[in-house]
Design a protein around this ligand. Structure first.
Ligand code: BGC
Length: 782
């Protein structure tokens, strides 16, 4: 690929003298892992020795037998052919005057272990040679660098893979049996690692342990997560321990991991027999709540715990209400973010997928920023998305994209509206949450190319995606939109409407981004395009009476939320919208792209009570059903476990998908009532516009933004609401109370429905009318 790509390595100037060295002991993918080694003398340790290191494949570095740093799965996951991260570590305290030894352990990782699922698995995605690249510097002079003089040998890691898990034989010692070869490597793709490292989080102890009929040990850690078990073992040399992983037990309490598909996700450890042994996988992780342990040859399990890992470490928000199911739903979302924010925002952490799905990312972007500091995480990912963008502007379904270099095997894995729009939605979300306009400047060209790609699907404002996935411009529509009972299905949105709505959203966001950074030409072009698409949408999909042609919840939710309807038709469309909810017996009728819009759109048409009812109902499809059914993370499907306890088809059924957790954005922005002000983003100005949900009883939430802690809480006394907010120093609050809330009083003084809140704590009192809510619910008040 001759032409340089946006997002390609932006490495600060490093005088690279190292060579990329491939261990000649290596037998290729899915064979024993290798190490490379160098012994080197030092007259003295200066104290500022710094290691700069990267690899093709995953690496762990040891100096004089001690591990360097605590980062996991280094160098991380990027679109390796164009961007390869390196880490920098101070290593003086590991060095000694005299003889030193450095070992770099290498394994397949995302670079060459299986990527993609059974239908079209790909090995050696980014290359077939694992290799190390490292240099130690002191005061700007080179102390050591990887070159052809290093040795290599095999590791106790006999096989490893992201999906596979790891086979480890502790009897194996590190023998230097081979040399290395230098491989061609373009240092300009090297970039300093761009986000927080993957680290271990607090351990999850055993919640329950029992034996099954075959004498295997079953362990429940009480929390579904992504990470690994840590074993303490004893036994003779050659005895063995197998560990399998599952997210659920079936309705008979039996261990069930059919949903992992071709991901073996297994640990296989052979003991060395040297007293008490401790083991955790080095080059893989699993998505699980339950572990099943088989002991062979007299091996003894002395202790086990589950260690979650993640690139996000410290939660930045809390949300509590009077409904424990709702509070658990927020916690489940936080756990799903942790499990799916391991270097890349993935769809799921357990099966033979675990890919940076763009659609899931865009719907979850804002929630992610509320729950954790996700700024650099998203920025890093956007650079991979831009590398993977196709020349015609198509954005890949996933990034880093394993298919881009293997289009012969998996053609056309790009260009879906609702998914590719992540290139517009995520940057704008970072601008709102962090006031980051640089990301707008960096991504604007990619946004524009994407909008032009979508327009080119049908060469016009009405986008007519082809039905078959392999064809250019095919879309996932509103993925997993529930269609109701098969014998009398409910309407779902057509691909053309979903695609056209997203062309409007993308054009609008691109225009806003361009205007924000002062790119007048692009702003105007995109504003005109948005206007053309809006007019065409109204012509094509809105009847004279204000009904949307597909007449489903997603159509109304998106069209209303993004102001696609003419003013004079909103009232009529709103009552059709209500009917779609009633037709679904007050339940959700939206999939991946419709769901985040559903509740905000209901609030927008004043159907507060209906929004509350849809959110709080506890049957399938619904957010709280899964919590009530014992979920500790967010499910991919509303009906992943049926009411009779039966498990939905394992072919595509993850119990740890954050997409539907995107509802947390609404909990913070409506139920707690605070959000960033686009006029002064990064929470320099904070909009407080609460939506009181009486059946929640009370809400208390805070968000630790860069500007400080933003807090909001309300409680009821009959129909009287007391709403307390905290505005951080150096910021300003803008209070907006809906007309329905009567007699507002701010810090004891009557106010109109808006007010400016200086830094500090404020108390707002007002009343809501349950009668009004009830009337609305029954649609009496249009
Ligand atoms: C993934 C989802 C993704 C969807 C799109 C699934 O396999 O798990 O996260 O959005 O495909 O089709």
């Amino acid at each position: 690929m001759a032409q340089s790509r946006p997002g390609k390595g932006l490495s600060q100037h490093v005088n690279w003298q190292a060579e990329m060295i491939h261990p000649l002991s290596d037998g290729g993918v899915e064979t024993p892992a290798s190490f490379v080694r160098k012994r080197f003398p030092l007259d003295a340790v200066a104290g500022d020795e710094t290691l700069l290191i990267s690899a093709q494949g995953l690496y762990i570095c040891f100096i004089n037998g001690q591990r360097v740093g605590h980062d996991l799965l280094t160098p991380g996951w990027t679109s390796y052919d164009a961007r390869l991260a390196y880490q920098t570590y101070p290593v003086a305290d590991l060095l000694t005057a005299g003889e030193n030894t450095i070992d770099i352990w290498l394994a397949d990782g995302w670079y060459r272990s299986q990527m993609m699922w059974a239908k079209h698995p790909i090995w050696n995605c980014w290359g077939d040679k694992i290799a190390a690249f490292a240099q130690i510097e002191s005061a700007g002079t080179l102390v050591l660098a990887t070159d052809a003089t290093w040795t290599s040998g095999l590791l106790p890691v006999r096989k490893s893979g992201i999906y596979f898990g790891e086979t480890f034989d502790a009897r194996i010692t590190l023998d230097e049996t081979h040399g290395v070869e230098t491989v061609a490597f373009d240092t300009s793709i090297l970039i300093p690692h761009e986000t927080a490292p993957v680290r271990e989080l607090e351990a999850l102890p055993v919640a329950r342990q029992w034996q099954d009929d075959e004498g295997r040990t079953l362990v429940d850690f009480g929390q579904n997560s992504a990470g690994y078990v840590v074993l303490t073992l004893a036994g003779s040399a050659g005895s063995r321990v197998l560990v399998e992983h599952a997210e659920i037990l079936d309705k008979n309490g039996v261990f069930n991991n059919a949903n992992l598909r071709t991901a073996k996700a297994q640990l296989d450890y052979t003991l060395s027999g040297a007293g008490e042994e401790h083991y955790r996988p080095l080059f893989s992780f699993q998505g699980f709540r339950y572990a099943r342990i088989t002991l062979e040859g007299g091996a003894e399990l002395k202790a086990i715990k589950s260690i979650p890992i993640s690139s996000v470490h410290e939660p930045k928000s809390t949300f509590e209400s009077g409904n424990p199911l709702v509070d658990r739903l927020v916690l489940n979302t936080l756990w799903s973010q942790r499990a799916n924010f391991i270097e890349v925002p993935t769809d799921c952490p357990q099966r033979d997928e675990r890919l940076g799905w763009t659609g899931d990312a865009q719907v979850f972007a804002s929630t992610a920023c509320y729950l954790h500091d996700s700024h650099t995480f998203w920025r890093k990912w956007l650079r991979d998305v831009m590398v993977d963008q196709r020349l015609d502007g198509a954005i890949p379904h996933v990034s880093p994209d394993p298919t881009r270099l293997h289009e012969d095997k998996v053609p056309g894995f790009y260009g879906s509206t609702g998914w590719g729009d992540a290139i517009c939605v995520v940057p704008w979300t970072l601008y709102l949450h962090y006031g980051d306009s640089d990301v707008l400047a960096e991504t604007l060209p990619a946004m524009e190319k994407w909008v032009d790609f979508v327009w080119s699907i049908s060469n016009g404002p009405i986008v007519k995606p082809p039905r078959l996935r392999k064809h250019r411009g095919a879309t996932f529509g509103d993925w997993l939109q529930p269609g109701g009972p098969s014998e009398k299905p409910l309407p779902t949105i057509g691909d053309d409407a979903a695609a056209t709505i997203y062309l409007f959203i993308a054009s609008t966001l691109t225009a806003k981004a361009a205007r924000t950074i002062g790119n007048e030409a692009v702003a105007q072009r995109m504003e005109q395009r948005a206007d053309v698409v809006k007019a065409a949408f109204r012509e094509e999909f809105v009847t004279k009476k204000g009904r949307l042609v597909y007449d489903d919840q997603t159509s109304y939710a998106l069209a209303i939320l993004y102001d696609l309807l003419p003013e004079e038709q909103i009232a009529a469309a709103s009552s059709y919208f209500r009917e779609t909810i009633e037709r679904a017996e007050g339940k959700i009728g939206t999939g991946f792209i419709g769901t985040p819009a559903l509740l905000p759109a209901l609030v927008k048409i004043g159907a507060y009570d209906l929004a509350e009812a849809v959110f709080l109902q506890e049957e399938v499809p619904g957010w709280l059903y899964q919590v009530k059914t014992g979920a500790t993370t967010i499910w991919e499907r509303w009906d992943a476990i049926r009411a009779d306890g039966g498990v939905f088809d394992a072919a595509m059924n993850s119990y740890n998908h954050y997409a539907y957790g995107a509802v947390c954005q609404w909990l913070f922005e409506a139920a707690a009532g605070f959000r960033p002000d686009p006029e002064n983003p990064g929470f320099k100005s904070i909009i407080f516009e609460p939506v009181i949900l009486p059946r929640l009883g009370k809400v208390e939430a805070h968000h630790d933004a860069a500007v400080g802690r933003i807090a909001a809480a309300w409680q009821l006394d009959g129909e009287k609401v007391t709403y307390r907010v905290s505005v951080p120093e150096g910021t300003e609050g803008r209070l907006i109370l809906a007309d329905r809330y009567a007699a507002p009083v701010l810090n004891g003084k009557p106010i109109t429905h808006t007010a400016t809140l200086p830094p500090g704590d404020h108390t707002v009192e007002f009343s809501y009318s349950s009668a009004q809510n009830a009337a609305e619910k029954s649609g009496q008040l249009a």
